[in-house]
Design a protein around this ligand. Sequence first.
Ligand SMILES: NC(=O)C1=CN([C@@H]2O[C@H](COP(=O)(O)OP(=O)(O)OC[C@H]3O[C@@H](n4cnc5c(N)ncnc54)[C@H](O)[C@@H]3O)[C@@H](O)[C@H]2O)C=CC1
Ligand SMILES: CC(=O)C(C)=O
Length: 256
Amino acid sequence: MAKKVAFVTGAAQGIGKAIAQRLVHDGFAVAVADFNLEGAQQTATELKQNGQAIAIKVDVSKRDQVFAAIDKTVTELGDLNVVVNNAGVGPTTPIDTITPEQFEKVYSINVGGVYWGIQAAKKAFQKLGHGGKIINASSQAGHVGNPNLALYSGTKFAVRGVTQTAARDLAPLGITVNAYCPGIVKTPMMMDIAHQVGQEAGKDDEWGMQQFSQNIALGRLSEPEDVAACVAYLAGPDSNYMTGQALLIDGGMVFN
Ligand SMILES: NC(=O)C1=CN([C@@H]2O[C@H](COP(=O)(O)OP(=O)(O)OC[C@H]3O[C@@H](n4cnc5c(N)ncnc54)[C@H](O)[C@@H]3O)[C@@H](O)[C@H]2O)C=CC1
Ligand SMILES: CC(=O)C(C)=O
């Protein structure tokens, strides 16, 4: 079987790292792309014990950097089949505290990074003469408004909209576009959010996390690997007849 190549952003840690690990396990050569080059290199070194991986520094909010990172992936790994636009930031932003600078930063990364990843993937797939799969990070917070996350939640609703429209635009090229919507995942991002929510209420991190974990039907927080398993499905042939979807992987928090 021909080698498959995946490009994963935000793969130095957390969910992106788990996705990169799972895709290598599934036989992909993986480009670990992150703003944090040292972390990306560390992940790539670990992945190389089980397969092929490279590390690439990229700021996903910068269109030119995303195109250059995808070009580098094709040059070094020889193909491109899957692009996972996973990188994101999640500051807590009570509605009246949002500044133009925060708005610019969070939308540039969480939404801009998805637009640039889609454009660069489309260009590369067309140049390579085949279709491909684009997979974007949304969230349960992109299905229901989460308290104190007005800015973040807005970006994750936007990612669902971008995913649906891109799915329609790119279907004639043999490109599918889907999103994954994790619930509360034990990663550095979620630990930071729990810490901030706890501090604002004069409570500790554990209390902060409990505010998010109360309504999970399956009764536990998510591991990054829970998300990676569903992304592996979106990256593989079993999801070939699926496009424009936003898959909820939240242990049963949001039912729609
Ligand atoms: N942790 C959670 O509970 C949930 C996370 N998500 C989403 O999943 C994705 C991954 O989240 P986590 O792993 O939890 O986050 P994390 O904060 O643990 O890791 C994010 C990674 O993205 C990288 N990154 C940040 N800004 C970047 C930029 N401009 N360019 C390139 N890389 C950049 C960071 O260096 C880091 O390695 C995000 O899009 C997040 O919004 C969605 C739902 C729940
Ligand atoms: C960080 C996030 O996506 C949450 C709380 O759903």
